[in-house]
Design a protein around this ligand. Structure first.
Ligand code: GDP
Ligand code: MG
Length: 163
């Protein structure tokens, strides 16, 4: 049966852009405005010969009665429970933010492998954040660009080893 890979991270880091790239479709759910992705979406992903099911989480974007922290924990717990591998996306241009630290803390408790993607790192924009991302305690981050397809080779290698 197909491995399940969930994409988690705070709003606007590029989760949906990554999801769309992995399933090879251009969907209309990517937007500059945080709050655009409303549902958890699943698709059949492919990198070269590697196939898996990918889940795009809504992150913190859904308004609800719970606190931000509560929603974040709930989404992350759901993703962890539903997936074999977690892709944890941060924005390499913004650097590691308090919300990323909070996700990192939750994800360090996961028994499933977590792969950190320092996204928006095309050019040299993400070098600092990629180094900073080590401090999340989740292993070596991949310097990545979902928009440009940079880092897919490294992601392939890490997924191949994990699933
Ligand atoms: P999500 O909220 O985490 O799902 O983020 P989105 O995928 O909706 O992307 C948020 C914004 O970041 C959009 O304007 C994207 O075009 C932009 N973005 C996503 N990936 C990249 C990337 O690799 N490089 C750059 N420069 N921008 C990106
Ligand atoms: Mg999204």
């Amino acid at each position: 049966t197909m491995a399940r890979v969930a994409i988690v991270g705070r709003p606007n880091v590029g989760k949906s852009t990554l999801f769309n790239r992995l399933i090879g479709k251009r969907l209309a759910l990517v937007d500059d405005t945080p709050g655009v992705t409303r549902d958890r979406r699943e698709g059949q992903a492919r990198i070269a010969d590697l196939r898996f099911t990918v889940i795009d989480t809504a992150g913190l974007e859904d308004a609800g009665p719970q606190s931000l922290e509560g929603r974040m924990r709930e989404q992350t717990d759901l993703a962890i429970a539903a997936a074999d591998v977690i892709l944890f996306v941060i924005d390499a241009r913004a650097g590691v933010m308090p919300a990323d630290q909070a996700y990192g803390e939750l994800l360090r408790r996961s028994s499933h492998p977590v792969i950190v993607l320092a996204n928006k790192a095309e050019g040299r924009a993400g070098d600092m954040a990629a180094m900073e991302a080590y401090s999340l305690g989740l292993g070596e981050p991949i310097t990545f660009s979902a928009e440009h397809g940079q880092g897919l080779d490294a992601l392939y290698d890490m997924l191949k080893a994990a699933i």
